[in-house]
Design a protein around this ligand. Structure first.
Ligand SMILES: C[S@@+](CC[C@H](N)C(=O)[O-])C[C@H]1O[C@@H](n2cnc3c(N)ncnc32)[C@H](O)[C@@H]1O
Length: 501
C-alpha cells in the first residue's frame, strides 16, 4: 500500500502526475493520489513499494501508463445538460448569433468539448444544434469531444446511458433522442451520435491549436469541471492555448465554479445571469461586460495547430504564371524588390505562434507588398486565416503558395486540411493524393488520408493508409518528434492511430 511510502516519494509522484496529466495533487490531496495510485498499480502490474515507485519515476511514463494512471485519478462526474445555464446561454445567445452570421455563407460551426468525460456534454451540444438547425445535415458542423481517459471515451462513443445521466434532463429529451435498450439503458440516436467526433487528447501535453487534432478555429470551447483539477499555472497555459484555438468573437465556457478574475486575462468576461462566459475579442481583451445585471452571480473561486504546422521549405525557383489553380500570381520575375530577411519571417512566425493573428495578417500583407511574393510567407498567411476560421481567404492564399511552389507537398497538405474544414472532402482527398505523389514517405500525409477515409466511412482505405503510416513510423525512434507536426512524437501518433482504428 502507498501509505508505506515516504512524503518525499509522494511529492515526486505528484510532480510527475502533474507534469504528464495536468492533474494537481497538493499535499492536502495526497490521500486521493494514494488511493488512485493503489488502484492504478494493479493495472500497471506492480506492487506499490518505495523501490517500485522509484523505478516508475526514473524514466518518462509510457503512453499506456499515463492512460492507466489518469483513468484512476480523473473524476468521471457528468450528466446531460449539467449546469444548465451554460446550455441556455448557448441555446439563446451563442448559437442563434452563429446561425444568423453563417447561414448565408459557409454554414459552418465548430465546437469543442475539452474534457468531455463519457459524452453527456458533447451530446447535449449536439441535441441543441439539431433542435436549432433542423437542416443541420446541410451544414458543416464539427463537435469535437476529447478526453484523457480512454475508458470514458469508449463509453462516450458507445452512447449508452443509465437513468442517472438524465438527472437534470426532461423526460421529453430522453424520449425524443434516445431508444430504450432491453437492460433499461438509453441509447442515443445514431444520427446524433454521428455528429460528435470523440478523440483522445491530453490537455497537459498535446498541442492546440493543431492541424493534427482538429483543434483550430473553434467557435466555442466547453472546458467545464476540468481546469479546477489543474494547478493555476497549468490551467493558465491551457487557457492560453484555448485562446489561440478560438476564432475572434468565439467563446470559452467553463463551470461557474471555475470563473476567475485571473485565469482568463486574454478574454472579455461576459456576465449572463447565472453564467459567466469568456469571449475572445481581439480589439479589447481583459474587459468585463455585463449582458444582464449580474447580481445573482456568485463567484465560488474568484482567485482562482490546428495550429497549422509550419513549413520550412522554400523552393522559389518554381515560380510559374500559368499555374492552373485559378489564383492570382504577383509578379516575381524581374521584380527588383529586396528579398525577405530571415528575422522578418521569424518575427511574423512569433506573432502567429502567439495567436496574434490580426497583427500577423497586417504584417504579412505589408511584407508581401514590400518584398513581393514569397511562398513560405504566403503559406503562413494562409495558416493565419485558417486559424481565424477565414477559410475562403486561407484557401485562396494557400493556392497561391502552391502556384509559387508546385512541388511542395506541405502546401498541398495544408490546402487539404482547409478544404476538409470547408467540408469539401473529395477535393481535400485529391490534394492529399497530390501531396503523397510528391512525398510518398510522409507519415502525416498517410495519416491525414487515413483520417479522411475514416470520416468518409471508407474503412478499408483508411486501414491501408494507417498501416502505411505505422510502417513508416517504424523507422523513427519512439520519442522522436515528427517533422512539421507541432511537436507530435512517433509514439503519440502510433497511439492516436491505435485509438482511431
Ligand atoms: C469532472 S469531468 C467533467 C466532464 C464535463 N466537462 C462536465 O462538466 O460535465 C472531468 C474530465 O476531465 C478529464 N481530464 C482530466 N485531465 C485531463 C487532461 N489532462 N486532458 C484531458 N482531459 C482531462 C477527465 O478524464 C474527466 O473526464
Amino acid at each position: 500500500m502507498i501509505d508505506t511510502v515516504s512524503d518525499a516519494i509522494l511529492r515526486e509522484l505528484s510532480n510527475l502526475v502533474e507534469a504528464q496529466t495536468g492533474l494537481h495533487f497538493p499535499k492536502g490531496r495526497w490521500s486521493d493520489l494514494a488511493r488512485g495510485m493503489n488502484l492504478a498499480a494493479r493495472d500497471l502490474g506492480f506492487e506499490i513499494t518505495e523501490p517500485s515507485i522509484q523505478s516508475l519515476l526514473a524514466s518518462p511514463l509510457k503512453r499506456e501508463q499515463i492512460e492507466i494512471i489518469a483513468s484512476h485519478l480523473t473524476v468521471g462526474e457528468t450528466y446531460f445538460f449539467r449546469e444548465k445555464r451554460s446550455f441556455e446561454v448557448l441555446e439563446e445567445h451563442i448559437l442563434p448569433e452563429l446561425i444568423h452570421a453563417r447561414k448565408n455563407n459557409d454554414r459552418r460551426i465548430r465546437i469543442w468539448s475539452a474534457g468531455c468525460c463519457t459524452g453527456e456534454e458533447p451530446y447535449s451540444i449536439a441535441l441543441l444544434i439539431s433542435k436549432l438547425i433542423p437542416d443541420w445535415k446541410n451544414w458543416n458542423i464539427t463537435i469535437l469531444a476529447t478526453d484523457i481517459n480512454p475508458r470514458f471515451l469508449k463509453k462516450a462513443s458507445d452512447g449508452l446511458y443509465s437513468e442517472w445521466s438524465f438527472r437534470e434532463t426532461s423526460s421529453l429529451i430522453k424520449e425524443k433522442y434516445f431508444s430504450k435498450t432491453r437492460d433499461n439503458r438509453f441509447e442515443i440516436l445514431p444520427s446524433i451520435k454521428k455528429m460528435v467526433h470523440f478523440s483522445y487528447l491530453n490537455l497537459a501535453e498535446d498541442s492546440c491549436p493543431s492541424l493534427l487534432n482538429d483543434t483550430n478555429a473553434m467557435d466555442v470551447i466547453f472546458c467545464r469541471n476540468v481546469l479546477m483539477y489543474f494547478s493555476p499555472e497549468r490551467a493558465k497555459k491551457v487557457v492560453r492555448n484555448f485562446h489561440r484555438s478560438i476564432v475572434d468573437g468565439g467563446w470559452l465556457i467553463v463551470s461557474p465554479s471555475e470563473a476567475s478574475q485571473v485565469l482568463y486575462p486574454q478574454f472579455v468576461t461576459v456576465n449572463f445571469p447565472g453564467a459567466i462566459l469568456y469571449k475572445k475579442d481581439s480589439s479589447s481583451p481583459g474587459r468585463t461586460h455585463d449582458l444582464f445585471a449580474p447580481s445573482d452571480i456568485e463567484l465560488r473561486n474568484p482567485q482562482s495547430a490546428i495550429q497549422f504546422e509550419f513549413v520550412d521549405k522554400q523552393k522559389l525557383d518554381l515560380v510559374s504564371r500559368n499555374d492552373g489553380t485559378g489564383t492570382p500570381i504577383v509578379e516575381a520575375e524581374g521584380d527588383c524588390k529586396p528579398g525577405l530577411e530571415p528575422h522578418q519571417y521569424e518575427e511574423l512566425l512569433a506573432l502567429y505562434e502567439h495567436g496574434s493573428y490580426d497583427q500577423a495578417e497586417e504584417k504579412s500583407i505589408g511584407l508581401l507588398s514590400a518584398h513581393g511574393d514569397d511562398a513560405k510567407l504566403i503559406a503562413l498567411l494562409a495558416r493565419v486565416y485558417a486559424n481565424q476560421g477565414k477559410l475562403a481567404e486561407a484557401c485562396e492564399w494557400c493556392k497561391r503558395a502552391i502556384s509559387l511552389d508546385k512541388l511542395n507537398p506541405t502546401y498541398r497538405y495544408l490546402l487539404a486540411t482547409i478544404l476538409q474544414e470547408q467540408g469539401q472532402l473529395d477535393a481535400a482527398r485529391d490534394s492529399l493524393k497530390h501531396a503523397l505523389y510528391l512525398d510518398q514517405n510522409s507519415v502525416l500525409i498517410h495519416f491525414a488520408l487515413g483520417n479522411l477515409a475514416h470520416r468518409q466511412e471508407k474503412h478499408a482505405e483508411a486501414r491501408k493508409h494507417f498501416q502505411n503510416a505505422l510502417g513508416l513510423l517504424g523507422s523513427y525512434r519512439q520519442d522522436e518528434i515528427l517533422p512539421e507536426s507541432d511537436g507530435l512524437t512517433t509514439g503519440r501518433l502510433k497511439e492516436i492511430i491505435r485509438l482511431t482504428t
